[in-house]
Write a protein that binds this ligand. Structure first.
Ligand SMILES: Cc1ncc(COP(=O)(O)O)c(C=O)c1O
Length: 243
């Protein structure tokens, strides 16, 4: 990448046009070389990091990130890697460290990281078969296989891989909402307005957010009190149900 770049002129903001930024035949070697370099940087981190965190404060991080001028091109890939190290890698939380136990991040599976290379570089669109070819069938096969591992009937069962808990809660509540509204009578807004989600007061906030996104409103998620072990109080739930 050259230091002085031609620019696209948006109304007020000049946007630099990078050479060799698109992944194609003429940049295949650059892709290979920079990907290898990136993998080496990550591998070296794992070999040299000896604690899960450096303990940065939010203010320290904000100051560093706010200092970046996104209009100023760095010029070289090496400079980008150096900036990445300074802003992100140096103080990242390494939950791969065996002493890390603070959150619920699952360990990173090595084959998944390698597979990510194929997924992001080929960037298959999964919305229609003419764009996805084998990828559609790979997804279907993996969904069926996962369902069979759980013990579900692979013909009856269906599924989708999600990004995590928030999306899974939304997906589950969408199915529940549609099943519930199909059983009720009357205009749809009225049927939606009558639905409630009873969850423990310790439930993740994604439940309330999903209720809002599904057109039920935040208030549709009713928090039920818990005992000292954070178990939902069954009496309190009963009281809410018979209100
Ligand atoms: C019970 C529960 N639901 C949902 C989530 C949100 O998950 P994610 O961050 O993967 O969207 C969490 C995350 O802590 C959780 O503990």
């Amino acid at each position: 990448m050259g230091a002085s770049l031609p620019t696209l002129q948006f109304p007020d903001v000049p946007v630099p046009l990078y050479d060799n930024a698109l992944l194609c035949a003429s940049t295949a070697e650059i892709y290979e070389e920079t990907s290898h370099r990136a993998a080496t940087i990550v591998a070296n981190k794992f070999k040299t990091v000896h604690a899960p965190t450096t303990g940065p404060t939010p203010q320290e991080m904000a100051t560093k990130i706010n200092h970046v001028d996104l209009h100023l091109p760095l010029g070289t890939t090496e400079e980008s890697f150096a900036e990445l190290n300074d802003l992100y890698l140096k103080d990242a939380v390494y939950f791969h460290d065996t002493k890390y136990a603070a959150h619920l991040n699952c360990p990173v599976a090595l084959p998944a990281v390698v597979a990510e290379n194929f997924v992001t570089s080929i960037n298959t669109s999964m919305d229609t078969f003419d764009q996805s070819a084998a990828a559609t069938h790979i997804e279907r096969k993996l969904v069926d296989f996962t369902a069979s591992l759980i013990g579900y009937d692979s013909v009856q069962a269906d599924g989708i891989f999600t990004s995590g808990g928030t999306q899974s809660n939304l997906q589950a509540m969408l199915i529940a909402r549609n099943t519930a509204t199909a059983k009720l009578k009357g205009p749809l807004p009225q049927r939606l307005a009558n639905l409630r989600i009873y969850c423990s007061e310790d439930a993740h906030f994604s439940i309330r957010n999903a209720a809002m996104l599904l057109g039920l409103g935040y208030e549709a998620a009713v928090a039920i009190s818990t005992d000292a072990q954070h178990r939902m109080d069954a009496q309190a739930l009963r009281a809410q149900l018979i209100l």
